[in-house]
Design a protein around this ligand. Structure first.
Ligand SMILES: *Cc1c(COP(=O)(O)O)cnc(C)c1O
Length: 388
């Protein structure tokens, strides 16, 4: 039996043909396929603008810069996320702080956010940007967070790296109805892939223009932004410090092709998650709870194994060639963040969650036979431990 990864891409013949056609064309780097991919994702989500880049990490970085995050500012995010959600603030010279998670959704807790905002207002250190992370593909409670942003005056940057294809209150995540900017990742373990890649969506044309410029070295060809008349048609000016965060046409065409199967991918992930739910219900495991306002993209299937020895279980499954994973080591406990003053005990719900969380394999290439095998192995382990 081959190794079962916790997540992986699903590349089909149509994807390969689409990439081949670009390889035979005149454009390899950012060409006609990039704006086509941007338009397609924006339309899918119901947002006005999209800016494709080479990773979600880059998208988070230029999103923070476009929102004006700078050295005297603070960004708040969830401790239960990948380090990139916090690092984007550090790239801008800003400070990071965290808001503990809700014990049911594992997303940023609205109650904890309210308490922290009240405290921060008293001490004059309100956040400039808040980054809710849609953990495992389930939306945060965006309506409440949006209301708080109006009350306290912060910007909202949704980290939706897990969540393309998911919905909140019946609308696609990425619509930016409740945020300034939403970021997607197209890394191979995520919902759709471009190899590496990311995108920032917004309804604000000014934010979109700023992010486009920051993606390309801070260079503009807009005469209205130049300090002098163009010398000729070749002319451009660098008006600020930007980056080379461009997506290639090779990536964009793969993304376009993958996007056509996005709804099928989500359906497949829902189906597998439902099987996990039905068959694991009888075991002594805590299964993921879904807020009624959300339709998850089911990027990850995370269970809590508080009655089991997780290390033993992971090794037992590994011996059967089943690769599980753990999402996430709380970001504030990473050595880099400890050096900035964070310590164990700062965000106890996220820390407690990390102690027993386990991510089971879930992806579109996972067969029903493989899933059956995983579930039986898990059951066997519990029988061995006399836990059933
Ligand atoms: C994967 C991920 C990122 C980073 O995405 P890249 O495209 O790899 O840069 C950011 N945030 C979260 C929550 C992620 O899971």
């Amino acid at each position: 039996m081959e190794l079962i990864p916790y997540g992986r891409q699903d590349i089909g013949e149509a994807d390969i043909k689409a990439v081949e056609a670009v390889l035979r064309s005149d454009w390899l780097t950012q060409g006609p396929k990039v704006p086509e991919f941007e338009r397609a994702v924006a339309d899918y989500c119901g947002a006005n603008h999209a800016v494709a880049v080479n990773s979600a990490t880059s998208a988070l970085h230029i999103a923070c810069l476009a929102l004006g995050l700078g050295e005297s500012d603070v960004l708040w995010t969830s401790p239960n996320t990948f380090v990139a959600s916090a690092n984007c603030a550090r790239y801008c010279g800003a400070d990071v702080d965290f808001v503990d998670i809700d014990p049911h959704t594992y997303n940023m807790s609205v109650a904890a956010l309210i308490a922290k905002l009240e405290y921060a207002e008293k001490y004059g250190r309100l956040p400039k940007v808040v980054v809710p992370v849609h953990f495992a593909g389930q939306s945060c409670e965006m309506m409440q967070i949006k209301e708080l942003s109006e009350q306290y005056g912060f910007c909202i940057l949704e980290d939706a790296a897990h969540a393309i294809g998911g919905k909140y209150r019946g609308e696609p995540i990425g619509s930016c109805r409740y945020s300034d900017i939403t970021v997607f990742s197209f890394h191979p373990v995520k919902i759709i892939t471009t190899g590496e890649g990311g995108m920032a969506l917004t309804n604000d044309p000014e934010l979109a223009r700023r992010m486009e410029r920051l993606r390309g070295h801070g260079i503009t060809r807009e005469e209205g932004l130049m300090t002098e008349k163009p010398h000729g048609v070749w002319f451009y000016q660098q008006i600020e410090l930007g980056f080379n965060y461009r997506m290639t046409d090779i990536q964009a065409v793969l993304g376009l092709s993958q996007l056509q199967r996005l709804d099928i991918f989500i359906h497949q992930r829902q189906k597998l998650s439902q099987i996990y739910r039905e068959r694991l219900r009888l075991l002594q495991l805590q299964l993921p709870w879904q807020h009624p306002d959300t339709d998850s993209s089911w990027h990850l299937y995370v269970i809590l194994v508080d009655k089991l020895d997780r290390c033993q279980l992971v090794e037992y499954l590994m011996k059967a060639k089943v690769n599980c994973n753990v999402h996430y080591i709380p970001v504030h406990t990473q050595p880099y963040y400890r050096k900035l003053g964070f310590k164990l005990g700062d965000f106890p719900v996220a820390e407690q969650f990390y102690e027993t969380a386990l991510t089971l394999p879930l992806h579109c290439r996972l067969t029903l036979e493989q899933q059956d095998f995983i579930i039986k192995r898990l059951g066997n382990f519990m029988v061995d431990k006399k836990l059933r």
